[in-house]
Design a protein around this ligand. Structure first.
Ligand code: ATP
Length: 371
């Protein structure tokens, strides 16, 4: 079994800086867990503590049933893949992959068996004789993965392994790592600052900010039900639109009001706001760009929609869709993501429809999600 248990883990560096605060999580056996967050949020420090490359200031770390706080990295049964491939330049691919096993005094034929199998899985058999300088970036990254695979560790730790690759290769390697994980059936802890990698690869995602875990959930849950405004803004591209305003009740209807906006919430959202005591309170309204529509059919037919008048500022053509940057009457900058066939252009003044069944509301003070 290779579950990893972080039991109230803290990291304080020697200069007193608290990089990780009370990280508490059970990573399941064979789970692909992604740690994501902006630069400096403590994700690499967390991974390095699991690897044993960084001391744990407080808390207990278990790999399987063993408490490993004081176990040396080489004895933790983990393998780590870094952003920099760190291959030995004077050794060919075969020897790079064999190195760790030779150090651990594995028999020659066992080493060969593992290398041939890993090379086959990664499609690098034809490269085994080459030196790293004769490989492309993607091939080098595969060798780095191969070197980790041959160890047959209980847990793979990956720290931004794809960030040195160009955009196309990154997409390709993303799916390869996901396939590899299914095939190897091991636990993976993967660090990235890229929300797309987190969404596409993770069984669960941990979103971190300033050393504190903000939310742990499946990609779908995080996307549809972000725990707070930070998670809502970090996950999703382009990011969610936020408008500051307040909740009012008039004639039995619960509304969100802000300069130039007067929105009547659908009944379920109205009840949620009422029962959580938000009538009369300041809130932040959130709507994702893809939940804003420009086609008349949606605007006419959807009962849970609300119109906004939009002055289109900039239109980014993504091919199949348009990112439409506009100002609403209240002067809020917003983004809609609409079908390219809608033909929206800079300078147009149009009516857009928001799908209120998908809207979010956050507490103005705590920034926690109401829904
Ligand atoms: P990035 O994506 O930029 O690598 P990260 O989320 O992985 O960011 P960490 O490398 O875990 O961030 O660093 C978390 C915080 O701890 C940062 O503010 C960093 O400056 C600080 N930090 C890292 N190493 C040390 C150290 N040795 N001494 C003091 N502070 C440190």
């Amino acid at each position: 079994m290779a579950q990893v248990r972080l039991n109230h883990i803290f990291k304080k560096y020697s200069n007193g800086f608290a990089a990780v605060n009370d990280f508490h999580l059970d990573i399941k056996d064979r789970e692909f867990l992604v740690l994501v967050g902006p630069s400096g949020c403590g994700k690499s420090t967390t991974l390095r503590m699991i690897a044993g490359l960084e001391d744990i200031s407080e808390g207990d770390l278990y790999i399987g049933d063993r408490r490993v706080n004081d176990v040396a990295p080489k004895d933790r049964d983990i393998a780590m893949v870094f952003q920099s491939y760190a291959l030995y330049p004077h050794m060919n691919v075969y020897d790079n992959m064999a190195f760790g096993l030779k150090l651990r005094k594995f028999p020659k034929d066992e080493i060969d068996k593992r290398i041939q199998e890993a090379a086959r899985i990664l499609d690098i058999t034809h490269l085994l004789d080459r030196k790293p300088k004769a490989l492309s970036g993607g091939q080098r990254q595969r060798v780095a993965l191969g070197r980790a695979i041959v160890r047959e560790p209980q847990v793979f730790l990956m720290d931004e392994p794809l960030s040195n690759l160009d955009a196309k290769l990154r997409v390709q390697m993303r799916t390869e790592i996901a396939k590899l994980h299914k095939r190897l059936e091991t636990t993976v802890v993967y660090v990235t600052h890229d929300q797309t990698e987190a969404m596409t690869m993770g069984d669960r995602i941990v979103v971190m900010k300033d050393g504190i875990v903000q939310q742990v959930a499946t990609p779908t849950e995080i996307y549809n039900h972000p725990a707070n405004q930070f998670v809502a803004s970090f996950i999703g591209s382009p990011g969610m639109n936020f408008i500051k305003g307040s909740v009012k009740e008039e004639g039995g209807k619960v509304k969100f009001t802000a300069p130039g906006m007067d929105i009547i919430f659908p009944d379920d959202k109205a009840s949620a706001l009422r029962s959580a005591g938000y009538i009369g309170k300041d809130v932040t309204f959130g709507i994702r760009p893809e939940d804003i529509y420009s086609d008349n059919q949606f605007i006419e037919a959807n009962p849970f929609q609300s119109n906004i008048k939009a002055d289109i500022d900039v239109v980014e053509n993504m091919g199949s869709e348009l990112y439409v940057y506009f100002n609403n009457i209240g002067g809020n900058q917003m983004i809609a993501r609409v079908d390219a066939r809608e033909g929206l252009k800079h300078g147009m003044n149009v009516t857009l429809g928001m799908d209120l069944s998908k809207c979010h509301v956050f507490d103005a003070q705590t920034e926690l999600s109401v829904f």
